[in-house]
Design a protein. Structure first.
Length: 247
């Protein structure tokens, strides 16, 4: 399967640095070298600017969240239709920072995945356990419950990407062992069967402290079809090194 390397810029970037980062990645992409599929998920304020920069390149654009409705009286929110209109092809949903900061439940995330699909966006659904849950041996149980609770019926593989992001690995420099990641991804593959048409071809990303120095090893694990990259996606050289490791 062709790998996907997605950069989650989170709440980082003003106009000048966001545009400069995107321009540098477009320059590197144009210069060649076999690249995987690349996706940038800047903050909402930069979407249209970055859309202009990546237009005509093979770099695609994603949002970091969407509302369950496409329009209406929801101050401060952004809809999947708006993301699509701004040039997005994807949207990250259920990131652990949103589950924590905004108390997002699986049921809410499920409604957001539906909204993304209605608007023609690919949902990147994030799942993952806390350190306590892992220590208690509940990791597989937690991700199964997140998958069961967050996926609407009738999705096909082309409409969905799953990102396994252990919460304790995000921004910490710690990662699970390759064997631990392989076990979760194999489990996710099975969990998708019967829920998603073409489950075998849903891309399963690993996320959590992916850096240039560990990307090669992480991206060679069975059933790891790419990476969701936070901190290292804010540096063009680091993000590009991860993309090259995937190629
Ligand atoms: C993330 O939050 O999606 C993430 C993977 O962050 P980091 O790469 O910084 O751990």
């Amino acid at each position: 399967m062709r790998k996907l390397i997605a950069g989650n810029w989170k709440m980082n970037g003003l106009k000048a640095d966001g545009v400069a980062l995107a321009k540098e990645l477009v320059r590197r992409a144009a210069a060649g070298s076999p690249a995987p599929d690349l996706l940038l998920c800047p903050p909402a304020t930069l979407l249209t600017l970055v859309a202009d920069v990546v237009a005509g390149s093979n770099i695609r654009l994603g949002g970091q969240d969407c509302h369950t409705r496409q329009r209406g009286a929801h101050t401060g929110d952004i809809s999947a239709a708006m993301l699509r209109d701004a040039g997005c092809s994807h949207v990250i949903l259920g990131h652990s920072e949103r589950r924590t900061d905004h108390h997002e439940s699986d049921a809410l995330i499920r409604a957001k995945v539906k909204a993304a699909r209605e608007a023609g966006l690919v949902a990147i659904l994030c799942v993952g356990e806390t350190a306590q849950e892992r220590d208690a041996g509940r990791c597989l149980d937690i991700v199964s419950r997140q998958i069961a609770g967050s996926l609407p019926e009738g999705l096909s593989a082309a409409e969905l990407v799953i990102a396994y992001e252990p919460i304790w690995a995000i921004g910490t420099g710690r990662t699970p062992t390759p064997a631990e990641i392989a076990a979760v991804h194999a489990h996710l593959r099975v969990a998708l069967e019967g829920r998603v048409a073409g489950a075998a071809s849903v891309r399963l990303l690993y996320g959590g402290s992916v850096k240039p120095n560990n990307a090669w090893e992480l991206l060679r694990i069975a059933n790891v079809d790419g990476a969701l990259v936070g901190g290292a996606s804010l540096d063009a050289a680091d993000f590009w090194a991860i993309a090259e490791a995937a190629a």
